[in-house]
Each structure stands twice: as structure tokens, then as C-alpha cells.
Design a protein around this ligand. Sequence first.
Ligand code: GDP
Ligand code: MG
Length: 240
Amino acid sequence: MKIEVIFPVYNEGSTIYDQIKKFNEFFDIDFKKNLYITVADNGSNDNTFTICNDLLNKKLINNYLSISQKGRGRAIKQSIINSDADIVSYMDIDLSTDLDHFKDLVESIYLKGYDISIGSRLSKTSKVIGRKKIREFTSRAYNLLIKIYFPKSKIQDMQCGFKAFSRKKILKVLNYVENNRWFFDTELILIARKFNLKIDQIPVKWTDDPNTSVNIISTAIEDIVGLTKLRLKLLKKIDK
Ligand SMILES: Nc1nc2c(ncn2[C@@H]2O[C@H](COP(=O)(O)OP(=O)(O)O)[C@@H](O)[C@H]2O)c(=O)[nH]1
Ligand SMILES: [Mg+2]
């Protein structure tokens, strides 16, 4: 069984080497035999590419994907399509989600039989350290809005950058996902719900990295527009 972990990155030259090293050092050799590490870059204009070459040579990553157009969602989508793994997963390169949860995340798929498994920072037993009040507020408000728009979704935290999928099951969902940026996660999960895929939610420990590539205002607008469009689209029957 092959497990692929995708790190979407943009201009992470100053952090990527140490973070990938940390990821590699966290797991035992037996578990790593099944692990395949991909870095999915969108035309970074710093030294990310040079560092990734070094990581490839040292076999600390298996694959470097360069996608010309920007967008985190686009990078993840392309990586999943290109993959030949049984389980595909992705996480942020700042490793904000505690790596202790990674085995649980993928075991949900291959041991418990879920199609999708997602990290949650907003469950009762989640632990969130150092998150700015404004991010905590927008995150809670956004997920509340989703519950109003999609009362049956029952998802605590759409946006946590820590998700795993049965690749076979998620491919058909990806065909319907239009957003290539930050709304990608929400759109993917809500469409997966429409397809009745089984979703597991894992409360995680999250230590926030204050360096962010997210612009709160433009992302909030993108999310609200995306949710409204998706609500209208899902009212029409998706052709399975
Ligand atoms: N491939 C790709 N990755 C991106 C892009 N923008 C951000 N990322 C990556 O997405 C992940 C999450 O970004 P981050 O700034 O930590 O988001 P935050 O934790 O929500 O503030 C990081 O690994 C970033 O390098 C992009 O345009 N393309
Ligand atoms: Mg982050």
C-alpha cells in the first residue's frame, strides 16, 4: 500500500529543508517504506526549487511538481491526479498540525474504511496554540456559515491543511471542484458529502505559525462567493 503526502508550497525556500527533514525524522523506517513525499510548487520565485533539488538528491522527498499557474488548490488537485498511491494526503509545510496525528489520519482510510479523513481544530478535544484571535474568529464564523448553508454537512473544520483520501474515491469528486485557491478544501469536502463518501474527523493539536500567505479579506470574499455558488450548484443534481 502506497501513501503519498503532498506538501503544497509557495516561496518556502527559507523553511522547507528543515520542515521536510523534521517530517522524515518523525516516522520509523517501517512506516516510511510506504510513504511517498511530493512537494507541489506553484512557480515560487525564491530558492524553493534549488532546495527541492537538494531534497530530491538526498532522497528526503520523492517527487517535485512545478505547476506554472498559482493556487494551492490547483497544486493539490494536480498532485492527486498525477499520483498512483492508494492513499493521498496533504499538509501545510509549516507542520502546524502535530505529526502525532498523521498515522491516525491515514489509518482512518486503510483500517477504518473511511474514504476521507480530515483534521479538525474546532472539535471539543482539539488543542489550538498561538492562533491569532482574528483567525480563530473568522474560522469559527466561516464554519458556522457553512452549517447554515449546508445543515447536513456536519463538518467541524473545513480548512485545516491536514487531509487524507482514498485516491480512487476522491478522483471523481475532483472533476467537479472548480476552485484552485483556498476555497478548494471546502468545495472538495462538500461535493464529497453529496457523493455520500464516508468522512472521518480527527481532533488535532495545532500550533499556529504566524507567517501566513492568506489574505483574510480576499479569502473571506472568495469563501462566501464560493459557498453561494456551490449552494446553487448542489441544488441541481450532480450527475454521478
Ligand atoms: N502550491 C501552493 N502552495 C501554496 C500557495 N499559497 C500557499 N501555499 C502553501 O499552503 C500551505 C498553507 O499556507 P499558510 O500560509 O501556512 O496558511 P495558513 O496556515 O492558513 O496561514 C503552506 O504550505 C504554503 O506554502 C500557492 O499558491 N501554491
Ligand atoms: Mg500556516
